[in-house]
Design a protein around this ligand. Structure first.
Ligand code: XMP
Length: 532
């Protein structure tokens, strides 16, 4: 089955390297973020299933192991449990959140439900700890961290001592240095723990003494090697090129791996931004010399989306039609065994999937969700374990132009999920014009690259305006601009007022049908970046 081939491929892409770090995945939304933090230290990191046997773990000769968090409690029957021999495997271990609770629970300590769920920022008291885990942290005895847990450790297991406390938990961090077992209740991997990177570094480089010899260029090498291992010497691959960074880098990787056995197919579903098709042809066909088939499927998508207002339904329909168009194209263009997609790790984690047995579903991402059961391609997803900025590094490494690589992300379902309500041709035209103005002004203000995404959302709300001497009655358009490191969390951007004023004035004056512009001031969480 395709999914197995995919995870086997990402395993290979992750590689096996002596002296790196293995992160055991217990289903936390942040598990892959931990591996990425480790890679930032130039140390090889791989996310592996929580139930990998100790023999398999030791065969990879890791310098250290990090146990991720999980949405489960250690007392849940369904709560994921590691190989019991893990604790005495002789490899330094750092447990994070659920990871430390497992450690405490399985080694004779006691974990219990907290009086209240601790969620958000907290101050942990480190006191005068000389623990190497906290070296360089807690300047005045206190460290700001980010917590997200329902249970906490009540009694430490024999041999363990507390390294840090909070008002609500006596074991915010604990360790048994003799056995090289370390644990923290908070999340060092998220940006809301300001010194989290330093703490992870203390574990990875000082305690586990991992080798810092890995470089981002290796991501490209590993991915190319994984593609060659997956795709046979005569197999051909179709690639879903959208013009976005993800599919561009995926295509470039596949192109590097198998040359002109790759055919890129660009499906113009009519949900693209203005001038998208032209730009695409220019960059990929003319400049990069890739084989690219342009398919005009606007009518088909338009028809399929008629009367649909539910966001999940939109995504499913778009995903389904997308794959069907590919199916037809492959029949027309010859034999293709594989379909390459630019699915990233954040897409994977937010959709229910094999790797994220326990993560809660938030949205069905088009690249992962709407695949029909009768899909006849096997998938090649070389970016499946990477975050956006890592993908950009790979793109630059491969020599893609900055105009492609440093582009803001654009979702697979395109403008359809930025039109609240039914997607009609007229609404698409309205949004396309507004979107163009937003990007134009953001670029003119020199802000484009510092923002994760900037876009317009067309709402079905109608509002009265006045233009000249006449009354107008049109739609409310929202502007969304966010900063983010990886799309998993985001903050609304504090755009300068004059930039907002320019955008608003241009849109109301230049885009027929829009009478009012509002600015979205919601962060993620609790909102998502896209409106649908
Ligand atoms: P959300 O809205 O979930 O978005 O906070 C996080 C990031 O993912 C992008 N996004 C998508 N990308 N297919 C994609 O390829 C999708 O279905 C999809 N939905 C959201 C979004 O633009 C943001 O960068």
């Amino acid at each position: 089955m395709a999914a197995d081939a995919v995870s086997a491929a990402s395993e290979r892409a992750a590689g096996v390297e002596t002296g790196g770090i293995l992160v055991l995945d217990f289903g936390s939304q942040f598990a892959q973020l931990i591996t990425r933090r480790v890679r930032e230290m130039n140390v090889h990191a791989a996310l592996v299933p929580y139930d990998l046997s100790v023999d398999e773990i030791l065969a990879r000769k890791p310098a250290g192991i990090i146990l991720s968090g999980s949405p489960y409690s250690v007392y849940d029957d369904a709560g994921p449990k590691p190989d019991a021999a893990l604790w005495s495997a002789g490899v330094p271990i750092l447990g994070v959140c659920y990871g430390v609770q497992l450690m405490a629970h399985q080694l004779g300590g006691r974990v219990g439900p907290s009086n209240r769920r601790e969620y958000g920022p907290a101050d942990v008291t480190i006191g005068v700890s000389t623990s190497p885990l906290f070296a360089g942290l807690g300047g005045n005895g206190v460290e700001r961290v980010w917590m997200s847990h329902g249970d906490s450790i009540v009694d430490a297991p024999p041999g363990f001592t507390a390294l840090a406390t909070t008002d609500s938990t006596p074991y915010a961090a604990l360790a048994d240095p003799a056995r090289n077992l370390w644990g923290i209740q908070f999340h060092p991997e998220v940006v809301h723990t300001p010194n989290g990177r330093r703490l992870l570094q203390n574990f990875v480089l000082e305690i586990a003494k991992a080798k810092a010899t890995w470089t981002p260029g290796r991501l490209a090498e590993d991915a190319v090697a994984a593609i060659r291992a997956q795709v046979g010497p005569t197999d051909r691959v179709l690639c879903a090129l959208s013009g976005g960074v993800d599919s561009a880098v995926a295509a470039a990787l596949v192109h590097r791996a198998i040359g002109d056995r790759l055919t890129c197919v660009y499906v113009d579903h009519g949900l693209m931004r203005k001038r998208e098709s032209e730009i695409l042809r220019e960059v990929f066909a003319e400049r990069l010399g890739m084989k690219i088939v342009m398919v005009d499927a606007q009518e088909r998508f338009q028809h399929a989306l008629e009367g649909v207002i539910d966001p999940e339904q939109k995504r499913t329909i778009i995903g389904r039609e997308f794959i069907r168009v590919f199916d037809e194209e492959s029949t027309r263009a010859g034999e293709f065994r594989f379909l390459a997609q630019g699915t990233l790790y954040p897409d994977v984690i937010e959709s229910t999937s094999k790797e994220t047995k326990s993560a809660q579903k938030i949205k069905t991402h088009h690249n992962v969700g709407g695949l029909p059961d009768d899909l006849k391609f096997e998938l090649v997803e070389p970016l499946r374990s990477l975050f956006k900025d890592e993908v950009r590094a790979v793109g630059l490494e491969l020599g893609l132009p900055e105009s492609v690589v440093l582009r803001q992300p654009f979702p697979g379902p395109g403008l359809a999920i930025r039109i609240i309500g039914e997607v009609t041709r007229e609404r698409l035209d309205t949004l396309r014009e507004a979107d163009w103005i937003v990007i134009d002004e953001i670029k003119a203000a020199g802000l484009y690259r510092s923002l994760w995404q900037t876009f317009a959302v067309l709402t079905p709300i109608r509002s009265v305006g006045v233009m000249g001497d006449g009354r107008t009655y049109g739609n409310v358009l929202a502007i969304r601009a966010v900063t983010s490191e990886d799309g998993m969390t985001a903050d609304w951007a504090r755009l300068p007022y004059d930039v907002m004023a320019k955008i608003s004035s241009r849109i109301v004056n230049e885009v027929p049908g829009v009478t009012r512009v509002v600015y979205d001031i919601t962060s993620k969480p609790p909102a998502t970046i896209e409106w649908e």
